[in-house]
Ligand binder design. Structure first.
Ligand code: BT5
Length: 267
C-alpha cells in the first residue's frame, strides 16, 4: 500500500497558497491540535499538517475519529480569512465541497451530507472539522481538518462503525495512492476557498447543495436538545440546514442528520 511521500506533495504544491509549508508527522495526537498550536505561534495561512497516524483523532463534540496508520489521510490547514467569527461555520461547507470534489475524482457518486460528511453509497468516507480562534468579532485563524478513509478495509473499523463507515478503496475495488488524494485535496481546497473569498457564500451555497445527497429527502435531525423530522429543502444564507416540518421552515444550525427514504442507513 502506498506510503505518504511529503517530498512529492511539497513539489506538487510549490508556489501555491495552501499546503505550503507542509509539516509531515508519522504519528501525532491530532493534526488539528498541531495546526491550532502552529497558528497560535503565528504560522502563516496555508501551513498544513499531514499525518500518517493519529492517536487522538477528533470529530465534532469531542467524538473520536478512527485514525489507524498506513491507510488514510489526516490533514489540517491553517486559514486566516478576514471574516466575522459568526460566519466561520461556512468554512465547513467550503471544505466539504473541496472534499467531495476530491473523492469524485475517483468516485463520481460521492455526495455531501450536512454539515460535514461525505458519503459514498450511503457510507461515511470523509469528515471535516473546522476550529477557529477569534480576535474581537473577527476570525483570527481557522483550522480546517479533513479525514478521508482512503485504503481502510471494512475490518479495520470497529464493529459498531462497519455499517456506517466506508473507504474510497472499498468502493472502487482497488487501492488508491494517498499522495494523489492529498495533492488533489489541497488543490480543490485552494480553489474553493479562493472562490468563496472572491464570490462570497452565495457561490458556495449553490455548489454545496448541488452536491448534496439529501435534497428533497426526508431526514431526521438530532440537535442534542431535540429531534426533528422533515424534508431537507436547502441551506440558508448562513449555511444552516433548512427543514420543512409541516408548514414551517426550520433552520438547523448544528446537529446530526439521518437520511431516510434512500433505502441506505446513513447516520
Ligand atoms: C467528523 O466528525 O466527521 C470530523 C472528522 C474530522 C477528522 C479530521 S482527521 C484530521 C483532523 N484532525 C482531527 O483530530 N480531526 C480532523 P463527526 O461528524 O463528529 O463524526 C464523528 C463520528 O464519525 C464518530 O462518532 C463515529 O461515529 C464516526 N467515525 C469515527 N471515525 C470514523 C472514520 N474513520 N470514518 C467514518 N466515520 C467515522
Amino acid at each position: 500500500m502506498s506510503a505518504l511521500d511529503p517530498t512529492r506533495i511539497r513539489q506538487a504544491r510549490d508556489g501555491r497558497r495552501l499546503g505550503v509549508p507542509l509539516v509531515y508527522r508519522e504519528h501525532t495526537g491530532s493534526t488539528n491540535d498541531d495546526a491550532m498550536e502552529f497558528a497560535r505561534q503565528g504560522a502563516e495561512e496555508g501551513t498544513t499538517v499531514l499525518a500518517d497516524h493519529q492517536t487522538r483523532g477528533r470529530g465534532r463534540l469531542g467524538r473520536r475519529w478512527e485514525s489507524p496508520p498506513g491507510r488514510n489521510v489526516y490533514l489540517s490547514v491553517i486559514l486566516r480569512p478576514s471574516m466575522a467569527a459568526t460566519m466561520a461555520p461556512q468554512l465547513t461547507l467550503v471544505a466539504g465541497v473541496a472534499v467531495v470534489e476530491t473523492i469524485r475524482a475517483w468516485l463520481p457518486e460521492a455526495v455531501l451530507k450536512w454539515p460535514n460528511d461525505v458519503l459514498v453509497r450511503g457510507k461515511k468516507v470523509a469528515g471535516v472539522l473546522v476550529e477557529m480562534a477569534a480576535r474581537g468579532e473577527q476570525v483570527d485563524f481557522a483550522v480546517v481538518g479533513v479525514g478521508i478513509n482512503v485504503n481502510m478495509a471494512s475490518e479495520d473499523f470497529p464493529s459498531e462503525l462497519r455499517e456506517l463507515a466506508g473507504s474510497m478503496a472499498e468502493a472502487l475495488g482497488q487501492p488508491i495512492d494517498r499522495n494523489e488524494v492529498v495533492i488533489t485535496l489541497l488543490q480543490k481546497l485552494e480553489e474553493e476557498y479562493e472562490a468563496y473569498l472572491q464570490h462570497g457564500f452565495e457561490w458556495v451555497r449553490t455548489r454545496w447543495w448541488d452536491r448534496a445527497g439529501m435534497a428533497g429527502q426526508r431526514v431526521s435531525v438530532n440537535t442534542g436538545l431535540r429531534r426533528l423530522e422533515g424534508e431537507a429543502v436547502g441551506l440558508d444564507e448562513r449555511g444552516a440546514l433548512q427543514l420543512r416540518v409541516g408548514e414551517e421552515i426550520v433552520a438547523i444550525v448544528a446537529g446530526d442528520v439521518t437520511i431516510h427514504g434512500s433505502g441506505a442507513a446513513c447516520s
